[in-house]
Design a protein around this ligand. Sequence first.
Ligand code: SF4
Ligand code: SF4
Length: 346
Amino acid sequence: MSFLSFIRHKFFKKKFVCPAAFSEAYIYPDGRVFLCPDCFMHPDSQIGDLNKNTFSEIWNSQKAQRFRRNVLKGKYNYCSPAACFSKSNYNYRLIPNKNIDYNIKQKSFPKMVSISPDCECNLNCVMCRPCISRLSKEELKICKEKIEQIYIPILKDAQTLTVSTTADPLVSRSTRFLVKTAAQKYPDLKFNLITNGTLCNKFNCDDIGITDRLSYVMVSIHSSNEITYNNVVKNGNFKRVKENILWLKSLKESGKIEGLYLAFVISTKNYTDIPAFINFAKENNAIALFWACRDWGGNLRNSDEPLEIWRPSHPKYKELKTVLKSIELETDYSHFNMQFHHIRNN
Ligand code: SF4
Ligand code: SF4
């Protein structure tokens, strides 16, 4: 660590300095690269594009350095405060952040890499997409080439690989290939799964070689009961997901995974289930994570019942506020992103 960055670190560690900008990289199927999963909605937060530059160029690009400098100054101009989990709870990080290098220009590649090679998923949740997504044979071939040539080398200094923010990692054929290849090439690498839970069982995790190498698992289930689940998640299987969550719970209780999170994207379809979902998380020794539905391609606004209940202009906004006021948002088993604290408190 340089003298300058040592001083910066000493000075800034007294207050919150988000480690994401210095240790994490998020890669999307179209090649866009970000330093954080929560700031991708900000128009200037993208640090590069793998179709135009190498990862090495992107990781220390002018935009990446500008982002880190801004975070060190405590400004956070390129973040999306409404979406950010970290700033709403300083203790909340999904990975331990030891030995962060606070240099604006990084010597090593990121410690935590999130790669989403495609959008393949066996479900179509209402807030996400109108139909099930599957690659053609040709698209899959191109994707696998990209994984071997571009993505695998990016993991050279990584401690964890997170899959996937745009697909299901156990359904997506390219993501399974990425995980299997990475697990073989980097024996110390650990894995974070963001999954819909339908195929997240021992058989599939064994098949891609990661059952004993999981760090955290986040299951996006969005409801605590089958009726609400079927309103949100199309083509899912609530009973099977619950069984798989029980398996994950057993892994957590035997110390084989560090974290178990149950994700809940709040929309008109499920907001009344929020209190029950916190109990559901507690029963499963998990943490419920709540955030707002974002525009990922689902029909958020044009339907008869707009999903974005968190907008003040939404006819059911006050009902959401009443639900939020009836509960404690931050507990040992629940965490809400900042915009819900704002709705509750204002
Ligand atoms: S949006 Fe939040 S998590 Fe992302 S870089 Fe900014 S402070 Fe960190
Ligand atoms: S939200 Fe997740 S589980 Fe649902 S369709 Fe999108 S990628 Fe699949």
